[in-house]
Design a protein around this ligand. Sequence first.
Ligand SMILES: C[S@@+](CC[C@H](N)C(=O)[O-])C[C@H]1O[C@@H](n2cnc3c(N)ncnc32)[C@H](O)[C@@H]1O
Length: 323
Amino acid sequence: MIDQANRVNKNILSTVLPNPDFDDGLTIWDDAYSGQYQPVVYAEQFDGQWRLFLERKRGYCNHTGVETSDQYIDDRIYELTGIQDVMLRRRFGAFAGMASKLSKMAGKQSKRAVGGKLYLEPKFPLDYFQGKKCLDIGCGAGRWTRTLLMLDAQVKSVDVGENALRSTRRFNADTEYLDIFDIQSRADLHAAFDFVLCWGVIMCTHDPKIAFQQVASTVKPGGSLYVMVYAPTYHVSEFVRATRLKFHRECKTAEEKQNFVMNIAEDPDNAINYMDMLNTFYNWTIPQEVVTNWFKEAGFKSVVVLNEHEPHNCAWHVLGTKA
Ligand SMILES: C[S@@+](CC[C@H](N)C(=O)[O-])C[C@H]1O[C@@H](n2cnc3c(N)ncnc32)[C@H](O)[C@@H]1O
């Protein structure tokens, strides 16, 4: 399956594909562009950063965007539910308060902020995910998969990256290779999940509208979908556009790419954030009304932008519940 998908994509890549930004000056997605751009080798785009994470390379681990260790998962649980130290309490029971104080005193909590934190409102109740059948699409190294598992959900994790799957399999046996654009041929996934998460994936594809429709098709009636996509803010800035152009047109080898990232990162511990925004061929930003409209067209009745009031937001975090 992987080989076949890669072969098809590599054939497409062997012709020079037009890039919406570098060739056509387009950074803000409009549904009228649907069907105009071609897929690329999605299996490769992010996988180098997941490999560097597994190798514990500086800048690619100990970061909010990737880390899967207990303390980081506690931070993700806090972002979703507003409840602190859930894992810590499970581990230390009555001594959790003391363990938390010691960790604060050692400055460990502020060190865990590299990569930034999420400001989501309203929060999910702590028992919201309990027993729910969840799907993590584009699971990456698996931080959200592990967060949902720790909140007692049953989770299926899918991605196209070999190292993403290797990382997520460390804690979830139900992890498999799946391209978003192949969901339509997977009847077993249609209307099958209570909660679907697709965090930071859709806008990095050739056709975010179709990608969203595929993702939305997996949600059961009454189930919920949480999608994160870039907003037309930071990611349309001259800095991002100019560095992406250089990265794609001037850096030839993986080593040149890593060096380029280290040169532009304001903090070497934050390298993965820069690699993440540079490495994708497509980096669409999506207007809020476009993404909320996708939800409505797909039959979602309540649609909430969870970070609507976040200052300087660079993404939309949108939650919808299917009718
Ligand atoms: C920015 S990362 C986000 C990872 C994860 N959701 C998280 O928040 O940590 C995007 C992930 O989507 C995956 N991805 C990209 N294109 C994909 C596609 N067409 N089908 C499935 N997964 C894809 C990448 O391999 C990568 O792991």
